[in-house]
Structures are given as C-alpha cells and as structure tokens.
Design a protein around this ligand. Structure first.
Ligand code: NAP
Length: 299
C-alpha cells in the first residue's frame, strides 16, 4: 500500500507547535506566560484523556495550565461561578470547558459565560458570529480550524472547490462550513452540508473535490462514495469493539480508510490526521489570547 497520498496531521501539527513555541518565547521576553484553564465536570474517561493530552502539550510549549475537576453532580450555577472567576483572573488567557457536560448543565449557557476574549474553543456566540461574518479577530473552534489549516498547509486547492461536509454539528460541521464559504484567501469553496435527513448523501459525496467526514459513524464513507482523486478528511472518532485489541476495543474514523485510500487524491490517516491539529490550534488560540491581552486588545 502506497502512503504517498497521506496528509500527515502529526507533522503539520508539529509545524504549528514550533510557531506557537516561538510566540510563547516572545511573550516571555515581555514578562508574560500564557495561562490556560481546563474545566472538567464528572469522570468521563475520554474527557480525562483529552484534557490530559492538552495539559501535556501546554507544558511542552511553555503554556501554564491549571485543571479544575468538578464532581458529576455539580450544579450549573457553581460551574458558572468558576467560569466568572477565571474570566476575571489576569493570569488566565484561555478557558476550555471539556465536553460532554452532565445533563443538569446547559452547555449553551456555559459557553456564553466564558469571556469571548478567553474563549479559545471558539464556542461563544460572539466568536461563532464573527466566524460567520468573516471577521478574523475571533476564535475559530479548534477542530474545523485544524482541518482548514491541514488543507492549506497540504497545498490542497480550496478556492472554487466542491466541498461536501458530512455532519452539521456545532463543534465541527457548521463552523467548518462557515470557514470555507468565506469570500477570502484559502476559502471561496462551494460547500454542501449533509446530515441524517439528506436525501442522497452518496451522490453529493461523489461530486466532491473535498469530503470532510464529521458524523461519528464508524467507517461510513466507502469507496463508492468518493470521486477518484478527491481529498478526504476524516474527523470522526468512534470506539468499536474488537476482541483482538488489547482493551477489547479500538478507535476508528468515519471513513473506511483501507477502501478509500487507494483512490483518494489525498487522505488523512485516523488517528494521526485531524486529532493532533485540534490540539495545535488550541495552543495557538491560547497564545493569541495572551498576545491580545498584553496588547490591550481584549475581545
Ligand atoms: P454531532 O454534533 O453529534 O453531529 C453529528 C452529525 O452527523 C449530525 O449533523 C448528524 O445529523 C450527522 N449524522 C449522524 N449520523 C448520520 C448518518 N447516518 N447519515 C448522515 N448524517 C449523520 O457530532 P460532532 O460533535 O460534530 O462530532 C462529529 C464527529 O467528529 C464525532 O465522531 C466526534 O468524535 C468527532 N470529533 C473529532 C474531533 C477531533 O479532534 N478529531 C473533535 C471533535 C469531534 P443530524 O444533525 O441530522 O442528527
């Protein structure tokens, strides 16, 4: 199997990390260390892993992080009070509340409480609005921003391209579409967003130059759905049972990689594609938040 067409998310993320580390150093010269606060509610195992990875990367890049772990039965008001406190803490430049949140807490309220200037996850309505309006001063959610960066840095032509996004979630699909439809350099795509009510999803996919799969359905995208030469980006993270795996399960994406890779023009591996980029953009957003705070450009 040839690997010539792989989009190596790990090495592109490293490129971003090098740039971020240089910016952290430049801030250090000005006497500022970027500070990032993680908030986790309950003991969701995946959230523990994700926050752990982000903590490690923060430390590696010289970003000071702190993690607040609240019990699963925490009242919404208590979480909002913590966020308000972090909003007012000058040593904290970015705040990330790890999803999923327990049922008694309304995620929308939580994201709206984070100061837009510290909203490094980009979920505050002000930042979502800026993204839609093409105002580049806001924060773009990390996963779609990471996918966008992957496309740009891999030299994929986006301008005028037919892009099909599978999934209209608030975290990936919707902001991804908003980023790629902008009248701007590295955007200007013609975007179709498919979801569970789309009539003939495969037909949309087959005419796409770029397919971005963000549904959360294991190996949904098959070879029959892809036009030869298309660029395929697999955002999905799905746990499937596999008795032969050491823990009895393994992670797969939304794309049937083995079947699609031979005919794709470019394709992301999964893992090793979008995941590392998500963390890289989070770190980049945090440094940008710190730079803005230092320059007195709080958003
Ligand atoms: P979400 O909010 O649950 O959205 C899923 C979308 O997929 C919905 O729009 C849904 O349609 C659509 N969908 C589900 N099953 C479908 C089907 N059989 N046919 C057509 N459409 C279908 O998910 P999300 O938060 O955006 O995340 C999407 C995926 O990305 C997940 O696998 C998640 O784990 C992954 N993810 C990865 C990263 C990373 O760093 N790699 C980060 C974030 C998310 P309806 O709207 O009609 O229900």
């Amino acid at each position: 199997m040839s690997h010539d067409n792989l989009i190596d998310g790990r090495s592109i993320a490293e490129e971003l990390h090098r740039e971020t580390a240089a910016r952290v150093e430049a801030l250090g010269v000005r006497g500022v260390q970027p500070g990032l606060a993680f908030v986790r509610v309950g003991e969701d195992p995946a959230s523990q892993v994700y926050v752990g990875m982000k903590e490690k990367m923060s430390a590696r890049l010289g970003i000071r992080s702190q993690t607040h772990v609240l019990p699963g039965d925490t009242a919404e008001a208590e979480l909002l009070t913590l966020i308000e406190r972090l909003n007012g803490d000058p040593a904290i430049h970015g705040i990330l509340v790890q999803a999923p949140l327990p049922d008694q807490i309304e995620a929308r309220k939580v994201y709206s409480t984070i100061s837009p200037a510290k909203d490094v996850d980009g979920f505050h309505p002000v930042n979502m609005g800026r993204l839609l309006l093409g105002d580049t001063t806001g924060f773009v959610p990390c996963t779609p921003a990471g996918v966008h960066e992957l496309l740009i840095r891999s030299g994929v032509n986006i301008q005028g391209a037919e892009v099909v996004i599978l999934g209209r979630g608030n975290i990936v699909g919707k902001p991804m579409a908003a980023a790629l439809i902008q009248k701007a350099r590295h955007a200007d795509a013609t975007v179709t967003v498919c979801h569970s009510r789309t009539r003939d999803l495969a037909a949309h996919c087959r005419r796409a130059d770029i397919v971005i799969a963000a549904m959360g359905v294991p190996q949904f995208v098959t070879a029959e759905m892809i036009q030869p030469g298309a660029v395929v980006i697999d955002v999905g993270v799905n746990r499937i049972t596999d008795p032969s795996a050491p823990r009895g399960h393994r992670l797969v994406g939304d794309v049937d990689f083995a079947a699609v890779q031979p005919l794709a023009g470019r394709i992301t591996p999964n893992p090793g594609g979008v995941g590392p980029m998500t963390i890289a953009v989070l770190m980049q957003n945090t440094v940008r938040a710190a730079e803005s705070a230092v320059d007195g450009r709080g958003r």
